[in-house]
Design a protein around this ligand. Structure first.
Ligand code: C5P
Length: 316
């Protein structure tokens, strides 16, 4: 069978992927669903901040190494769940050793865990020679978390359903972002639990207007249309986030918003120089600053190495 041949050929090889973070340019909640999730409409955008995952074959089992102290390398890790989901669904016998290098902040509203899961699906598809299509990977992704399908696709996209139904959009205007990540994290489940749908009206985005802004490449319209109904909860739980938004605007950002359920606040700037100036003006603020730009992919395979390459050694 060609798949077995490919898997054998791939044994001893390492695969390295980059898994990119996202921000939500709009996030609207249309209602609560019978399954407990919320019906969403969100325009999502990949950004240049990424985690790196390296994969190599093992005879059995899934082992994860992660240097980040707050990321468990056990069965609760979405990378582990992604690997197990592939093994179970396709009856795979082989295992994998996976090294996860975190750069995306954790519990930040940037889909770091979902990006890692998407990276694991792409990396293991290559390592195990599975030849699964984007659609087949998407079916596994939907079972792992609401943002994993977007992370698999990346770029600019409209997410609907509980977030897993993705329509790829023309790339949003290429722009720069200054991200402010406060020390604390936020639980997405807690934010959704606190959502009062009657109170979110003033925060609701015009999704169609944002869609048009992306299509016609209009940075000013994009910056003016940034809205996220989850801010009603996250800013109530953490009022200091309003100050971070205002600080970004005062420093020169054209628009500012909380990403996802937060707590990361991002400001948008048309060019790199402007982003550097905004970040410099915010020196000393009580948050970690990141400067990055939009990105057109969710996951990228950076390198496939020969048998001589070993995780943690060799090139890369
Ligand atoms: O799907 P994911 O595991 O990322 O979602 C985390 C939590 O966020 C869910 O357990 C649920 O409480 C909430 N959620 C929701 N509606 C969505 C997505 C997430 O209520 N569309």
């Amino acid at each position: 069978m060609p798949q077995e041949t490919d898997a054998r050929l791939a044994s001893g090889y390492t695969i390295k992927v980059r898994a990119y973070a996202k921000v939500n340019l709009t996030l609207d909640v249309l209602g609560k669903r019978p399954d407990g999730y919320h019906e969403l409409e969100s325009i999502m955008q990949s950004i240049g901040l990424y985690d790196t995952l390296e994969f190599k074959n093992a005879s059995s089992g899934v082992q994860i190494h992660c240097s980040h102290p707050e990321v468990p390398a056990d069965e609760s890790n979405l990378v582990y769940k992604a690997a197990r989901a592939l093994q179970e669904r396709f009856g795979l016998a082989g295992g994998a050793e996976i090294r996860l290098e975190k750069a995306i902040p954790v519990a930040a509203g940037l889909a770091g865990g979902s990006a890692d899961a998407a990276g694991a699906l792409v990396g293991l598809n290559a390592l195990w020679g599975l030849h699964l299509s984007q659609r087949e990977l998407g079916e596994v992704a939907a079972g792992l978390g609401s943002d994993v399908n977007f992370c698999l696709t990346g770029g600019t996209a409209l997410a609907q359903g509980r977030g897993e139904r993705i329509t790829v959009l023309p790339a949003a205007p290429n722009f720069w972002l200054v991200l402010l990540k406060p020390r604390f994290g936020v639980s997405t489940a807690e934010v959704y639990r606190g959502l009062d749908l009657k109170a979110v009206e003033p925060l609701r985005p015009d999704t169609v207007a944002m869609l048009n802004a992306c299509v016609v490449n209009d940075f000013d319209a994009m910056a003016a249309g940034l809205r996220n109904v989850l801010e009603s909860v996250t800013c109530r739980l953490h009022p200091e986030l309003n100050e971070l938004k205002e600080a970004l605007l005062r420093a020169g950002a054209s628009g500012a918003l909380i990403s996802g359920s937060g707590p990361t606040v991002f400001g948008v700037v048309p060019d790199e120089e402007g982003a550097g100036e905004v970040a410099a003006a915010l020196m000393g603020i009580k948050a970690t600053r990141y400067v990055t730009s939009t990105h057109r992919k969710g996951v990228e395979v950076e390198r496939t190495g020969g048998p001589a390459d070993r995780i943690g050694q060799g090139a890369g």
